[in-house]
Each structure stands twice: as C-alpha cells, then as structure tokens.
Design a protein around this ligand. Structure first.
Ligand SMILES: *Cc1c(COP(=O)(O)O)cnc(C)c1O
Length: 408
C-alpha cells in the first residue's frame, strides 16, 4: 500500500474557489487575498493579518522593518527548519542558535542565557504545531533587567523599547496556546506558513499576524507593510487597473512578495473547512498515540499540555536509545513497504552551510537527542483506518527487524 507523506487537501470546494478566481478576470493580489486575510484574522484572533508569498519572505520583511543590522543578534532554536535562521541572515543579522527541550521546542532558559545587548528579536518555533511557552517568553522580554540591556538602533526599536518576539508559527495554525485562544496573537508578530505541506496551504504562501503593543497602530502597520510587500508602490495593481487610476509613486525600497489571488483561493476554501480538518488530524494523531504508547521502545510526541494543544501538523515519533544509524536503517526498512516518512528536523548546525559559519552540533545536545531517533509519520485528514493500521504495522515490524539485527 503506497502511502504518501503529505499530499495537499484538494476537494471540490478548493477547485471551485480557484476556478472562480481564474474566471473572474483577476488572478493576482485582490479580493481573494483580502478574504483569506479576514478568515485567518477571525480564526487566529490576530489584530491584523497580511498575506505574502512565503513564510521566509514575510520574516525577512519583518526583520528589516525592525531595522536589524550587521552585528545584531536574533535568537533562534538550533532545532528547526533552516528558513528560521536564513531569514535572519537575509535581513543582515546574526542567528544565535540555542538548544531545545525534550518537547522539541526552544528552551526558555537557553533563550535567557543567550540574551545580550545586541539581541533584537527572538524567533521561537512551534515545532510540529505544539506552541512554545509564550507566557514565559513574553514576560521575560519585559523584565526590567532585560529591557535595560536593550540597545535601540532604529525608530521601530525605539518605539518598542524591548526585544521583539516573532514566533515561527509555520506549523501551528489552529493550535491552542490557551483554552480559548489559538496561536497568532500570543506574541508581537506570528507568521504562519501556507506552503504546500502545511496544514492549510496556498501552494506557496505566508500569513503575518500583527499584534504590536501600544503605541503601535496595527491597522496602520498593516497598510504600510502591504505597500512594502508590493515594491513600496502607493497603488496596488488592482486599483491601478481601474479606469483613470494609473498614477502611482514609489516611496521606499520595498520587496515584491505579495500573494496572488489564485493562490489565496486554495487557502480560502481550506480554512473554511479547517475546524473539521483539524479534527481529522487529531484522529490520526490519537490513533498513532494509542498504538505507540503501548510500545516500550517508542517516545510519543507532545500534543496537549495544560491549556496548550497542538495543531497536529507532524507526528514526531522517537525511538528510544536508537543511534542515527539505526534510525536511518529503520526508515529504509519502512520505505520497503512504500510508506513515506520523514525526519523533522536535521538540526541546522549539522548542515554544511551552517557548519561553514561555525555552528557546531556539540553545543546543542538536546537538539541532537531529539533528532537522532526521530521519524515523522504521515498525518493528514485523508488517512483512513486501513491505511493507519498498515502504517502502524509497518513501523512496528521495521523496529523489530532493526532491533533484532542489532545489539544496542
Ligand atoms: C515550512 C517552514 C518554514 C518556511 O515556510 P515557507 O512558507 O516555505 O517559507 C519556516 N519555518 C518552519 C519551521 C517551517 O516548517
């Protein structure tokens, strides 16, 4: 039985919404993008939401807006997808990598130890869709001692007066960080990814949630950033296309990272169905949990802790006491049954580019520990019980094969 890892969720509603955009005569940024922004705003409780063409480009734009410069530091976890750190480098600052906890998420103590007068932002990552400890992180950046360290070098930094918290919520659209509140409004800025493999997708895309404190005005900021995402052009193509609306100005050096309506249409249809799709993801997650908590060799991933609840984006199974090599062999064994699995994530300090910059995995023991026995299982609404049984049987028998063949 062939099981793909993460096919997109495309039903008739999605197709109809895309066709509607195609037939409308307007395919780039316009009414569909606006509707998607409104849907995400209502869903997440964020004050304002701006859609762009990827998480990565959105993060670069926000760090540039913050005014980071060479020598400035942005704290990120070593255990994440590389975009988190690459965005920092593109914006001209230095990613300061810190270790994670056993639950995969960035360690709050490690963040505290990494703060210096050059720290301008922290980018925690909701790994697999499980929210970080935002109460702790947000109160930490407001401690008088930490505020006192903060060195202002831009107008935005002066207005904020402290370290910015911008979470990488690429995985966590739909997660709860408190009983009634979903992710998207727990930090100054949260960015969702709408990439093809994410829970809600626009093929490629990102959604920037703005929740800046007073004296910022999020509505004004939305307008400013929307323009920045369109080359800092005072009129978008939609308004310019109207008769007599031709004149515009360029008021700064913007980026060209707007989302197109054809893309937004996919996400628009998906987010309307998302509450029921989330339930299906949870069903898959719980089926795995039930099967693997019974195995003494398996470590099941976090899903609910107090008021926090995952968006069930990745099922990050870990095999106890396995070395990297045994884990890799187990994946090869699983692949023989045509079940596609993955590893989330190879810690950045293990990748060539980051090694060449001097990062060393030895400094991130928990990140390595989380990685070495990790296998991500397929998780998406379309998986039925028969497929799930097959995946579970395949994983268990692959473990038995590898464990039997090796003394460890
Ligand atoms: C997918 C992902 C990103 C990048 O998202 P894009 O929309 O592809 O730029 C960033 N961070 C994490 C943790 C991701 O998984």
């Amino acid at each position: 039985m062939k099981i793909p890892f993460s096919p997109p969720y495309i039903d008739e509603a999605v197709i109809n919404e895309v066709v509607d955009s195609l037939r409308s005569g307007w395919i780039t940024s316009g009414p569909k993008v606006k509707s998607l922004e409104e849907e995400i705003k209502t869903f997440s409780g964020a004050k304002e939401v701006l859609c762009v063409n990827s998480w990565t480009s959105g993060a670069i734009m926000m760090l540039r807006w913050l005014g980071v410069k060479e020598g400035d530091e942005v704290i990120v976890p070593a255990y994440t997808y590389s975009a988190t750190a690459l965005a920092v480098l593109h914006a001209g600052a230095k990613p300061v990598m810190v270790d994670s906890g056993k639950n995969f998420n960035i360690s709050v103590e490690a963040i505290r130890n990494a703060i210096t007068p050059r720290t301008k932002a922290i980018i925690p990552v909701d790994i697999a869709g499980f929210p970080c400890d935002y109460d702790q992180i947000m109160s930490m950046v407001q401690e008088p001692k930490i505020r006192g360290l903060f060195q202002v070098t831009s107008a935005v930094q002066k207005k904020l007066g402290r370290i910015l918290v911008m979470n990488d919520a690429a995985h966590s659209l739909g997660a709860f960080y408190s009983k009634k509140q979903r992710t998207g409004c727990e930090t100054d800025i949260a960015i969702f990814s709408l990439h093809a493999v994410k829970n809600v997708t626009t093929a490629e895309g990102g959604a920037i949630c703005l929740n800046l404190p007073e004296p910022f005005n999020n509505e004004d900021l939305y307008k400013e950033l929307r323009m920045t995402s369109l080359n800092c052009q005072t009129k978008d193509a939609f308004s310019k296309s109207k008769a007599g609306g031709w004149r515009y100005d360029i008021v700064g050096m913007g980026m060209k990272i707007n989302m197109a309506d054809v893309n937004a249409a996919i996400g628009l249809a998906q987010i309307r169905e998302y509450p029921s799709l989330l339930k299906e993801r949870k069903r898959v997650f719980e089926t795995y949990d039930k099967a693997f908590t019974a195995c003494d060799w398996a470590i099941t991933p976090p899903s609910i802790d107090g008021e926090k609840e995952s968006s069930y984006h990745i099922y990050a199974l870990r095999i106890k006491d396995f070395t990297e090599e045994l884990r890799d062999r187990m994946i090869d064994e699983i692949a023989k049954s045509e079940v596609a699995v993955n590893v989330h994530f190879i810690p950045m300090p293990m990748l060539s580019f980051f090694k060449s910059l001097g990062y060393d995995i030895k400094n991130y023991p928990q990140a390595y520990e989380n990685f070495k026995g990790e296998i991500s299982l397929p998780i998406y609404p379309q998986l039925n019980n028969e497929q799930l049984d097959f995946i579970i049987r395949t994983v268990k028998s692959a473990y038995n094969t590898i464990a039997r063949d090796s003394i460890f």
